[in-house]
Design a protein around this ligand. Structure first.
Ligand SMILES: [Zn+2]
Ligand SMILES: [Zn+2]
Length: 240
């Protein structure tokens, strides 16, 4: 087996400062969300706060609206596993700390949508409190494709010591996970048992040196894994 057997295309989002609208692929801009569909809220049971800025009673157990974090149109990211009849992937975050094993950090929701069915737009609610680390700045995207090779935790045992090109940090669709401290765990889909696959990363730093506003420390990525059988099965989130 050679590195080529473990090659995947990654589409680096390559975010650039800009003023994206609902009809653009973007990070940190407004979502194309229909007025007649309820906006997602986090129930808040797992919320906690560490700093002095946010009082505990303001967030612990407090229902909080998700925040639009990114949206990716099929025309710009055809490599993403869009279900039939959809052409838009939307990423929402609950921008508070969540005390959840293996998935601490912001809570993540993915929505796969048919953009052509949206006519009237919602007036999205804004949370009263957000952890500053998780507030994204508006960015337009200039996707760049590259080939990535699995890092040692994703290779079979005999290939783990081989030196292959590094998986770069940064926001991307597809590709391999940039493992740093964590290891692949509980990757099986609880619904069907398939091994979930790296689908999306939001980066704490970009290869260009630009930042989307995250402050996750040491350029960490927020990795989102989806089920290869059905992307609407439960996702797995890992901050590493
Ligand atoms: Zn939450
Ligand atoms: Zn599944």
């Amino acid at each position: 087996m050679a590195p080529e057997d473990f090659a995947r295309v990654a589409v680096m989002l390559n975010p650039r400062p800009g003023e994206p609208t609902t009809v653009d692929s973007h990070v940190g801009g407004p979502l194309l969300w229909p007025a007649d569909e309820p906006w997602p809220w986090c129930e808040g049971a797992a919320h906690y706060t560490t700093g002095d800025d946010i009082p505990e009673e303001a967030v612990v157990g407090v229902r909080t609206p998700f925040v639009g974090a990114a949206q990716l149109y099929r025309r710009d990211f055809p490599e993403l596993p869009f279900p039939d009849g959809t052409d838009l992937l939307q990423v929402l975050l609950c921008t508070l700390y969540h005390d959840v094993r293996e998935a601490w950090g912001p809570d993540v929701r993915l929505v796969w949508r048919d953009s052509t069915s949206v006519t009237e737009l919602i007036d999205a609610p804004r949370p009263e409190w957000q952890e500053e680390d998780y507030v994204l700045t508006p960015n337009v995207l200039e996707p760049v494709r590259c080939t990535e090779y699995a890092m040692p935790p994703d290779r079979p045992e005999p290939l783990r010591d081989e030196e292959w090109p590094e998986v770069p940090h940064g926001s991307k669709a597809g590709g391999w996970t940039r493992w740093y401290n964590a290891l692949p765990r509980e990757m099986e889909c609880p619904e069907c048992g398939s091994v979930r696959r790296q689908t999306l990363a939001l980066g704490g730093g970009e290869p260009s040196g630009h930042s989307i506003g995250w402050d996750l420390g040491r350029q960490a990525n927020l990795n989102v894994f989806t089920c290869p059988q059905d992307v609407r099965h439960p996702i797995k989130v890992n901050l590493d």
